[in-house]
Design a protein around this ligand. Structure first.
Ligand SMILES: *[C@@H]1O[C@H](CO)[C@@H](O)[C@H](O)[C@H]1NC(C)=O
Ligand SMILES: *[C@@H]1O[C@H](CO)[C@@H](O)[C@H](O)[C@H]1NC(C)=O
Ligand SMILES: *[C@@H]1O[C@H](CO)[C@@H](O)[C@H](O)[C@H]1NC(C)=O
Ligand SMILES: *[C@@H]1O[C@H](CO)[C@@H](O)[C@H](O)[C@H]1NC(C)=O
Ligand SMILES: *[C@@H]1O[C@H](CO)[C@@H](O)[C@H](O)[C@H]1NC(C)=O
Ligand SMILES: *[C@@H]1O[C@H](CO)[C@@H](O)[C@H](O)[C@H]1NC(C)=O
Ligand SMILES: *[C@@H]1O[C@H](CO)[C@@H](O)[C@H](O)[C@H]1NC(C)=O
Length: 867
């Protein structure tokens, strides 16, 4: 680095206001908390248990205001509950709410819109602007219909933060656009909640090394609010202000997205004072995303997120940090970039917070200009190599992006545009034989592109299926259809992310995976009229054929129309796969539903199943390292299922024949026919009929019929032993004590005879330390009680670690310190440390014995030429 940039960065550092938060004690109780259900016939509770009061005869809406109260004719299954969405107030002329509030606080204002067809008002016609007292234009030429459609959302929530009102009144004016005939304004819910001063500190201005920007007096719009490396945090779990925090994985750029970790019970987020708790809840600070265990890899990539924003605005980007593993300064030091500029060099969370588990945040303000291509915000982290930290790694726990009002008080942006790709797909769908009812026509497109995942087409598809079968889904929908990113943020499916991301294989960004509708004739042609010679598999659902559509190789599952199970699995599979996009999950290309025929069309996987490359095969059995890489890929896919979505998804049928391999040997988890969403917020498990495959079945689930994601972990443990030993999970032709692989492996382990059961093909390839780690991981997966088993994230981390050990070994790196007997005895009791709670507090198995002996390896890689 040259000295000029170094100097600049020192200036940046000096100008940063350290926001390690100090102030009074006491939990935040908003003094104003007004939830108006507009047009509601009575008061009612929403899905988070908050009470909304009707605005009818309310003191906030003068009786003289002309308006119409309407009820939506269709309740989209994606709505969490009818309140506040099913009723609306419609204005055909400008109308103003005047809401009295205290004069001291800033206020959150959330506007809720459900763009349904209301009797006499079609959702397409509503174009309007919304302004607020203080001279703020919040929305202009706003179409909830266009916005929801472009982002594939059922409803739209816009969140603003307004500065304290001088006269104690927040007025809110709705004005129908005069540019369109028959235009009207509508609103379903208005939320006004007072907030503590979260913006009392100025933000450092990016690009002006010694300047800061006051945020206190301006209006803000929340663009993104993410729990980085963690899950959705519901409004009821926020610290009193009902904010919603979303999972960040949809915004990650590229294929390298690091690893996520969660604090264990032993590590409590340690707020320096009560007010700090308002900044972000523990759910945000107790999870994090870091770059991964391999310092060499970490040096070569940036952990990057990409967001679409509106040009010609200044944004406040707030980074939330909480170091959950390390305790000392200069252990994890990194640089922060925003829009490719260094905004902070040598960031060290411990240095800021002074100890582990103490949260801090940093605000940076950046102006995004208004030229072509200037509608993105890039946030990236990279280890500070110059600082020679102990670990080459970076960390982030939460991220918020706020748009600042312009000098004229404007906050409005254009309606998002759906991508060209989606428009084409939609045209194709509408042109095809795919029919929907009028009410769902607005959500017919599927938009899993670039971040916003929709349940929309699923709803349409399932509605059609159910209609055919003569049953309609109930309203309960147990949260199944909630859009995973049901937020009002600007579309992240911008053109560049479409072209740029698909090959990188980022989460959700699998562009080829637009769900297409095929005619039965097309399917017949593709499979040469279901030629038996093209059958590549048979499942509970029916047969699987390979075929060619438009010159592209595909796999086609045809359901057995006689099988009720088949119908259910078909529905489940469409439902799951339309929601999920991941490099390590097989992707659904489309489906066919005609008369009694149902088919699903997938990417063809050139190398078939994992099992075909292990044993009883004409293929050359896989070498050890590719086996390990495939296990890591599959673990990533499962980890994503368990944590990547708002609801945990349990696969229920993890086995080597459901792990497919593409032409580049990338592992893809397949067959979601038995998958279930669950356990939801307050439940620890799902009670359900036991299904799955013998040999892989979690005994605890079998006994108690209570399903958790740990049942998948168990099955995956069997897969790991299958990969190591190259024999079936269940082989009835063997003597009783060998029949069941999991029993046999665990018994061999106990006897210290593991060596005898390792596949001779790979036995001499495995690095002793790698084997130790691998077996340690597999063994923990097979523990009797689900709670004792590691999470899929832990498994993934440990397998990655094992791979690293293998690579170090193969590159002639330092062998294990105690490696002499490593391949010999594996008395499991010696590895008595639990994977899930260790003294570092983060569930990574950092203190397991293998770690000790590899510290030397680690530091050698960290400082390759250091000493
Ligand atoms: C708007 O509506 C009026 C009355 O219905 C009609 O006369 C006029 O032609 C319409 N204008 C446009 C641009 O459609
Ligand atoms: C940042 O850099 C990346 C790749 O180098 C580029 O694609 C992107 O457009 C840049 N972003 C901005 C805002 O300049
Ligand atoms: C990380 O991002 C910065 C800023 O965009 C860029 O200069 C740097 O080359 C990137 N590093 C890597 C390894 O991609
Ligand atoms: C950018 O915003 C400023 C006010 O903040 C406005 O005067 C200017 O016209 C805007 N530029 C464009 C291209 O919209
Ligand atoms: C209003 O929004 C629509 C839909 O996004 C857009 O096509 C139209 O150009 C906008 N009109 C104005 C005046 O900005
Ligand atoms: C739409 O259909 C046309 C013609 O059938 C085809 O060339 C095109 O690839 C399709 N587009 C999508 C996105 O499926
Ligand atoms: C709230 O957070 C706690 C602890 O993080 C979690 O156990 C609970 O399920 C969450 N509740 C909701 C409604 O998200």
């Amino acid at each position: 680095m040259n000295s000029a940039t170094h100097l600049a960065s020192i200036l940046v550092s000096l100008s940063i206001v350290l926001c390690s938060i100090t102030n009074v004690r006491g939990g935040y109780k908003p003094s104003d908390s007004i939830l108006l259900s507009c047009g509601g016939s009575s008061d009612g509770n929403d899905a988070d248990g908050r009470k909304w009061v009707t605005d009818t005869n309310s003191k906030f809406l003068p009786g003289s205001v002309k308006s119409t109260v309407v009820t939506a004719d269709y309740q989209d299954p994606a709505l969490p509950l009818p309140v506040p969405y099913m009723s609306a107030r419609v204005f055909t002329a400008p109308a103003t709410y005047s809401i009295s509030v205290n004069k001291v606080d800033r206020h959150w204002m959330r506007l809720h819109f459900y763009p349904a067809t209301y009797p006499g008002f079609s959702s397409e016609s509503a174009y309007f602007s919304v302004s607020a007292s203080g001279g703020f234009t919040l929305l202009s030429n706003f179409s909830a219909h266009v916005t929801a459609k472009a982002l594939s959302l059922a409803y739209v929530v816009k969140e603003f933060s307004l500065p304290a009102s001088e006269d104690g009144i927040i007025s809110l004016t709705f004005t129908p656009s005069d540019k369109y005939n028959g235009s009207y304004a509508f609103i379903n819910g208005i939320e006004i909640v007072s907030m503590p001063d979260l913006f009392s500190q100025p933000a450092s201005l990016v690009g002006f090394s010694d300047q800061t920007l006051e945020v206190g007096g301006v209006g803000l719009q929340t663009m993104y609010r993410l729990n980085v490396g963690g899950q959705y945090v519901a409004p009821s779990n926020d610290s009193g202000m009902s904010r919603t925090w979303y999972d960040d994985s949809a915004y990650l750029y590229g294929a390298a997205f690091g690893v996520t970790n969660e604090a264990t019970d032993k590590v409590r987020v340690d707020y320096p004072d009560a007010e700090a708790e308002y900044i972000a809840p523990t759910g945000v600070y107790s999870t994090m995303r870091t770059m991964g265990p391999d310092p060499t890899i970490n040096r070569n990539y940036n952990l990057t997120w990409v967001f679409s924003v509106d040009g010609n605005y200044t944004y406040v980007v707030r980074f939330h940090f909480c170091e959950l593993v390390h305790t000392k300064v200069n252990q994890r030091v990194f640089d922060i970039y925003v829009n490719n500029r260094t905004v902070y060099e040598d960031a060290d969370v411990i240095a800021w917070a002074s100890s582990k588990a103490v949260p801090v945040y940093k605000d940076f303000a950046i102006t995004v200009t208004d030229g072509p291509g200037d509608d993105q915000l890039w946030v990236a982290l990279h280890p500070s190599v110059d600082a020679k930290p102990q670990y080459y790694d970076s960390i982030l726990n939460g991220l918020e992006i706020f748009k600042m009002s312009s000098s004229t008080g404007n906050l409005a942006g254009p309606n998002p545009e759906p991508s060209q790709m989606l428009l084409k797909a939609e045209a194709n769908l509408t042109a095809g034989s795919f029919k929907t009812e009028s009410h769902s026509s607005s959500v017919i497109i599927l938009a899993p592109v670039g971040g916003v995942v929709a349940a929309a087409v699923v709803i349409a598809v399932v509605a059609v299926l159910y209609k055919k079968k003569g049953r309609m889904p109930g309203n309960d929908s147990n949260g199944m259809w909630l859009p995973l990113y049901g937020h009002s943020h600007t579309s992240s499916n911008s053109k560049s992310s479409i072209s740029g991301k698909s090959s990188a294989g980022s989460n959700f960004a699998n562009v080829s995976a637009i769900c297409r509708h095929f005619s039965f004739a097309e399917i017949k042609q593709a499979t040469k009229n279901f030629d038996e010679s093209l059958v590549i598999g048979v499942g509970g659902f029916g047969k699987v054929y390979k075929g060619v559509v438009d010159g592209v190789k595909v796999a086609i599952k045809r359901s057995n129309p006689q099988s009720e199970q088949g119908v259910n699995e078909f529905n489940t599979e469409i439902e799951m796969l339309s929601k999920l996009r991941h490099k390590h999950l097989v992707s659904l290309i489309g489906f066919c539903e005609e008369d009694e025929e149902m088919c699903l069309v997938y990417d063809h996987m050139a190398h078939g199943t994992l099992r075909e490359h292990l044993y009883k095969t004409n293929n050359t059995p896989l070498q050890w390292k590719p086996r390990l890489e495939i296990c890591i890929g599959a673990a990533r896919g499962l980890h994503y299922l368990h944590t990547g979505a708002k609801y945990t998804i349990i696969h229920r049928d993890v086995k080597t024949t459901n792990i497919l391999l593409d032409e580049k040997w990338v592992a893809k988890v397949s067959d979601f026919g038995l998958s279930k969403t669950g356990p939801t917020m307050n439940q620890g498990h799902v009670s359900t009929m036991v299904k799955g495959s013998f040999g892989y079945l979690d005994p605890e689930y079998f006994k108690r019929q209570q399903l958790t994601e740990k049942s998948d972990v168990y099955s995956f443990g069997v897969v790991l032993f299958e990969v190591l030993c190259a024999r079936p999970a269940l082989n009835p032709s063997l003597p009783r004590d060998q029949m069941n692989l999991s029993e046999w492996a665990m018994n061999s382990l106990k006897k210290g005879a593991l060596n005898d059961i390792i596949d001779p093909v790979v036995k001499n390839q495995i690095a002793p330390e790698c084997l130790k780690k691998f077996v340690y991981t597999a063994e923990k997966c097979l523990l009797e009680h689900g709670v004792d088993r590691p999470s899929m994230g832990d498994v993934l981390w440990n397998l990655e670690f094992a791979l690293q050990l293998q690579e170090t070994f193969e590159n002639g790196g330092s062998p294990s310190a105690d490696g002499a007997d490593a391949s010999g005895s594996f008395a499991s009791s010696s590895d008595s440390v639990s994977l899930t709670s260790d003294e570092t507090g983060v569930s990574r198995g950092l203190d397991d014995p293998a770690q000790m002996s590899t510290t030397a390896v680690f530091s050698q890689i960290v400082h390759p030429s250091g000493r």
